[in-house]
Design a protein around this ligand. Structure first.
Ligand code: NAD
Length: 420
């Protein structure tokens, strides 16, 4: 991987930039540049042929000054420690910006879960929990699903943890199925949070959402729900893609027909009545709002000056590189950062943990109302900081403003605790 695309280097670069602008204490900066704790595990798993295979797993706590670690767990063949470290640090900023009582953490296992049968998947999930259990717990670090991990995997892990500690501990993991006290509203919470940001950002820019044209890269959990919710706001999704490519129609796309195309043929590209576009072309379409909802490093210095959207909403993690972020800012295209836009998932995870701990459960409407309040407050905080710095003659990107809020809160907590 080229060094400029190494996610951990990118995460450090973003922190460095914010640290300079906000004049962050050097000791706080040094603590925040590296994770507090990195655990690397050898995980033996019994496979279907009776042989034991050893997998490498990670769990990183970037910072826990404001509360237990919080962050997903990925099962992926290209998983790397640097990716996990970067994602753990972004979790610190995400939890801090939403002002929820967690630090940042992340985990991963290098494996290809698509080749496992259900028994092997369960064996790996339980073996991971046995290996990591001393570093996990409702007051220590609380994992959740992420790439290629599911609510079922979370239920197996919660069960294994409960057996190890001798009592059922629902609050040790979130993103669980409802049968094991997952939260109402969890399944579309990431996209829902992103759409509250879209509503606020459009109002801030005086953009009318009714009839606004939207392009979404990615048709997975985040992208597909974003499509549905954007339509509810009156916007028109004109382009969508998956790993095979995309489709574009000025007249708008039909969600049900897209789902049918995806179910029947495995991709949205077989959708009838629209022009085919590549993933690169989708990013450069003439739309009002561009929502990257697939992979990291999609908008780079190579294409940032070709983006025509009036606003970028980062529903994916890390879709815009630091160089591209600067180019978009110079071109006056606000790029709202991942750790604001996609924080709905972790915020509802927080609700799940809080409900598990108090043993009292909320309905879907209550979850959405509470989520809306947090997302709206985070967006307004970001704009306030951007305007405050602007008034003092320092023009800063939405990402730097979000970093300043998040880093200030973590640094203040570390200071009060006497860490520096
Ligand atoms: P997913 O696996 O459900 O969907 C990913 C989508 O991206 C699929 O449609 C896939 O076909 C598409 N894709 C893969 N390679 C692509 C390529 N080269 N070009 C275009 N599309 C491609 O994943 P998801 O849960 O929707 O997550 C998407 C992004 O959102 C990731 O960056 C993830 O970290 C982030 N995110 C998701 C959540 C969540 O709750 N789902 C929460 C926070 C952040």
């Amino acid at each position: 991987m080229p060094e400029e695309l190494n996610p951990f280097k990118i995460a450090q670069e973003q922190l460095d930039e914010a640290a300079e602008v906000m004049n962050l204490d050097k000791q706080a900066h040094a603590i925040l540049r590296e994770p507090m704790q990195t655990v690397i595990m050898n995980i033996p798993v019994k496979m279907r042929n009776g042989a034991t295979k050893v997998f490498t797993g990670f769990r990183v706590i970037h910072n826990n000054a404001r509360g237990p670690g919080k962050g997903g767990l990925r099962f992926h063949p290209q998983e790397s420690l640097d990716t996990v470290k970067a994602l753990a640090s972004w979790m610190t900023w995400k939890c801090s910006l939403g002002n929820i009582p967690f630090g940042g953490a992340k985990g991963g296992v290098i494996c290809d879960p698509k080749t496992f049968n259900p028994q092997e998947l369960e064996n790996l999930s339980r073996a991971y929990m046995r290996a990591v259990c001393r570093f996990i717990g409702p007051d220590v670090d609380v994992p959740a699903p992420d790439v290629y991990t599911t609510p079922q995997i979370m239920a197996w892990m919660m069960d294994e943890y409960s057996k190890l500690v001798g009592h059922t501990e629902f609050g040790t993991i979130t993103g669980k199925p409802l049968e094991t006290w997952g939260s109402a509203g969890r399944f579309d919470s990431t996209a829902m949070g992103g759409m509250y940001v879209l509503r606020e950002a459009a109002a801030h820019m005086k953009m009318k959402l009714k009839g606004a044209k939207i392009a979404i890269q990615g048709f997975g959990n985040a992208g597909a729900y974003a499509f549905e919710l954007a339509e509810k706001l009156g916007a028109e999704v004109v382009a969508i893609s998956d790993s095979h490519g995309g489709v574009y129609s000025k007249k708008g796309l039909d969600l049900e027909k897209l789902k049918q195309a995806k179910d029947k043929t495995g991709s949205v590209v077989t959708y009838k009545g629209a022009e085919k576009v590549s993933n690169e072309e989708l990013l450069e379409l003439d739309v009002d709002v561009l929502i990257p909802a697939a992979l990291e490093s999609q908008i780079t210095k190579a294409n940032a000056d070709k983006i025509k959207a009036k606003m970028v909403l980062e529903l994916a993690n890390g879709p815009v590189t630091p160089d591209a972020d600067k180019i978009l800012f110079e071109r006056k295209i606000p790029d709202y950062p991942d750790f604001l836009v996609n924080s709905g998932g972790v915020i509802v995870s927080y609700f799940e943990w809080a409900q598990n701990r108090q043993g009292y459960y909320w309905g879907t409407e209550e979850v959405y109302e509470r989520l809306d309040a947090i997302m709206t407050k985070s967006f307004k905080d970001l704009i306030d900081v951007q305007q405050k710095y602007g008034a003092a003659g320092k023009k800063i990107t939405p990402r730097t403003a979000a970093y300043i809020i998040a880093v200030s809160r973590v640094a203040a907590s570390m200071k009060a605790r006497g860490w520096y």
